[in-house]
Design a protein. Structure first.
Length: 216
């Protein structure tokens, strides 16, 4: 059977937005290839083929595979950072702000599932220099946004003065990552009934972080 003439053979089975540029298709194809086979096994030639461009186009936009890899993740991180600037405001009720953050964060990683799995795969690789670069150069900006909000809320007396902002931020982020990565398995935990209720989950996490479990 011949392939439809209006769809390039190299992009058969790929899902690209209408009118997407070569660079945009490269980022989409690369995110899939990296998440499926990992950084080391990913091939620039394969990525170019799936994006429907030549290898020369890849190196026109990105100097190396490392640069393409970081660009894939950075694009999603910047998108989320723009959302955070609107969500993390000390002018709002701090509990509501944390609930909004937790919900937006989970929505973001589920909407960018391939990239999220790529990040997790890299972070769990022992001794990975790319993981260090990933945390330092890409993920740290949004982490600092959240921990900075918590620190400012403490300074203003909106939450406990002795809270450790970075640890609180890591608890919130880690909770969503675990929920995203293992929600189908978590459904089998005794008494855990929120696997299919992401909105309830994010609200519960924010409430526990904000109020704790100590009896008042």
């Amino acid at each position: 059977m011949t392939q439809p003439s209006h769809v390039p053979a190299s992009t058969q089975g790929q899902d690209f937005p209408d009118g997407s540029s070569g660079r945009e298709r490269l980022l989409i194809a690369a995110s899939r290839e990296f998440s499926e086979v990992g950084f080391s096994a990913a091939s620039i030639a394969t990525i170019a083929l799936k994006a429907g461009v030549g290898k020369s186009t890849v190196f026109h936009h990105f100097a190396s595979k490392d640069e393409l890899y970081l660009a894939v993740i950075n694009q999603a991180a910047q998108e989320f950072g723009q959302q955070l600037d609107a969500v993390l405001s000390v002018s709002q009720d701090p509990l509501q702000t944390l609930e909004n953050f937790q919900a937006r964060h989970l929505e973001h990683i589920e909407r960018n599932a391939e990239i999220a799995r790529l990040v997790l795969r890299e972070l769990l690789e022992p001794g990975s220099e790319r993981a260090v670069s990933l945390v330092r150069d890409v993920l740290s900006a949004n982490f600092s946004r959240l921990s900075g909000f918590i620190a400012e809320a403490a300074d203003r007396g909106l939450i406990r003065k002795d809270v450790e902002p970075a640890s609180a931020a890591l608890l919130m982020l880690s909770a969503n990552v675990l929920f995203f990565q293992a929600r189908q398995v978590l459904a089998h935990l005794p008494g855990f009934e929120l696997a299919d209720k992401p909105a309830d989950w994010t609200g519960c996490v924010a409430d526990i972080v904000f109020h704790g479990i100590e009896q008042s």
